[in-house]
Design a protein around this ligand. Sequence first.
Ligand code: NDP
Length: 246
Amino acid sequence: MNRLENKIAFITGGGRGMGAAISKRLGEEGATVVFTYSKSKKKAEEVAAKINEKGGHARAVEADSRDPKALSNAIQKTITELGRIDILINNAGIYVGKEFESHTLEDYEEIMAINVRAVYVAALAAVPKMPRNGRIITIGSNMAENALGPQTTLYTMSKAALAGFTRGLARDLGAKGITVNLVQPGPINTDMNPSDTELADFLRSRMALSEYGTGEDIAGLVAYLASEEGKYITGTAITIDGGLNA
Ligand code: NDP
């Protein structure tokens, strides 16, 4: 499918995990893909090379989502060089899981900077030059609606904030023909949530489908939302979790 021909996509954290699957899928569907990394330069460059080898157009750029200026500059540079961003994917995220009594203010600042503030910063930078039919898609978590267990307070708080962002921004940008949506994955086999742990066994026991998803499962939904077929979907959260929250 070449549903994203002539589209420019910008993805945060696109060099590994779910972000890499999204970068590859959008690249395969014809989009020019620019994606950020912070620590994983080598992996990010390999993902870009793979997309380019297959005839796509991809580049990896360094931008730490904790640094609003770095992220904003990466987006401005993309717009200057490529003319615009049609599809913004806010994927970069971290998990902080520990007993509430051992939380620190630094934990809060770190997770909110990456999981929430960077999403806002990226939209602020991309929207002024985003054309009609633009897309903003953020990766949240099914845990925004079901905390599932202890030691999840910071993460669920950060991911729950994205639903408000999505609804508000969809209203702000509807008149410009830009859609804004939240994708809420459940357990996906990545470095963040490997499928071969005790926690994974517990999660599987709670799922309707009893198996982990893949980055490609999420990338398929993201590609659909980014395509023309997704044009009437806005301001909503779509949970894709193998029935964990059912
Ligand atoms: P990984 O830990 O496997 O990958 C995280 C990605 O985010 C990497 O590309 C990483 O790049 C990037 N990233 C992290 N911190 C920063 C930063 N400061 N600046 C720029 N990029 C950063 O996680 P997943 O692929 O599993 O997660 C992707 C998204 O999906 C996250 O938002 C996560 O919360 C969400 N999610 C994951 C689930 C799962 O089960 N895996 C379930 C529900 C939601 P780098 O290495 O270069 O820092």
